[in-house]
Design a protein around this ligand. Sequence first.
Ligand SMILES: Cc1ncc(COP(=O)(O)O)c(C=O)c1O
Length: 405
Amino acid sequence: MDSKDPLKNLRDKFYIPKHTNGEDVIYFGGNSLGLQPRSLRSYVEQELLDWEKIALAGHTHAKNPWLPYHEFLTEQTARLTGAESNEVVNMNSLTTNLHLLFVSFYRPTKTRHKILIEASAFPSDHYAVQSQIRFHGYNVEDSLLEMKPRENEDTIRTEDIEAMIEKEGDSIALIWFAGVNYYTGQAFEFERIVKAGHKKGCIAGFDLAHATGNIELKLHEWNVDFAVWCNYKYMNAGPGAIGGAFVHEKHLKDNSIPKFLGWWGHDKKTRFLMDHKYIPILTAESWQLSNPPILQLASLKASLDIFEEAGMEALRNKSELLTGYLEFLINEIKDDNIKIITPANKNERGCQLSLRINKGGKDLYNELMESGLVCDWREPDVIRVAPVPLYNSFEDVWKFYKKLI
Ligand SMILES: Cc1ncc(COP(=O)(O)O)c(C=O)c1O
């Protein structure tokens, strides 16, 4: 499979960390922190050089002028997320963007104040959502609706989400789901969730931390209202990298939507006239507050250029094979102690498989890590393994299996 893999050379574009024995580790941790593109340093160095040589003039005369720098990433970000180019912007980080977009899209009223969220959503989302509910003067007990799987099931059925929305929809202000759940690896059916929500008058937003760069997205076509993501996992832009945000075109010209404002959201032609009357940019850029960190954007640009070269469709094709192979091998082990809780249907997952280990999970995880594998452990009982099509091989999957048995 590796010899036939049309994307096999992409691995050479990344630094693969070394185990203490000098060999490459098997890196299945790209769902947590993606590997460093070898090209990234030169993208950052270009900006350091311009800063060194021309300083202030870099805003307009750097090789890649800083004033419009974020625009150089827009088309690629839009292609990656299935958005129109006016619908995306890279700014801040995920939880910050979540709050900024909740200012616009969580507008509770006496009769419609609930947020529907997965019970197993990432903790930061829970904290953020709870604080938003309280900020608006409501109680978490009354206003937070948590969606759980059925008893003895690990993932949530779409028909159950639809039924919940049908039943509670009149009181739901906002549906907030992950694109791919961080714990189970379940990819949600965006289109069905959005459709069910809109039918009842709810707004539908998504946390794409584990989805961007992992699965194919069609945010515009699916009619998603808004979304946010980070760029340090599958996007390989480095620890704490700048985040991304999407706002559907249909909301962009709606002046009734409340928004926190800053000068970087102001009309570009008149931004430097320094008066105090705010004129918004009529794109997702108007959610920007500050001028963005150029070194961060440079890192992300390095990664986006690799995604552009590979193409998301080709990456996804390989990803399905890679994860399918991992699944096949794990199922061969026939050990009751290991259960894959990620859906078996490839349309309901990205590259990650979550292995529930009934007994001794933490010890097994530690053993794997000591043997030169990088994956991660999530309390209480799951090892997450993410073969990433950009830099993992079928041989990596095979070696993982050999370590596991
Ligand atoms: C699903 C999900 N949401 C939110 C976050 C928090 O991201 P940040 O620290 O960039 O705000 C993470 C971080 O891993 C995550 O996985």
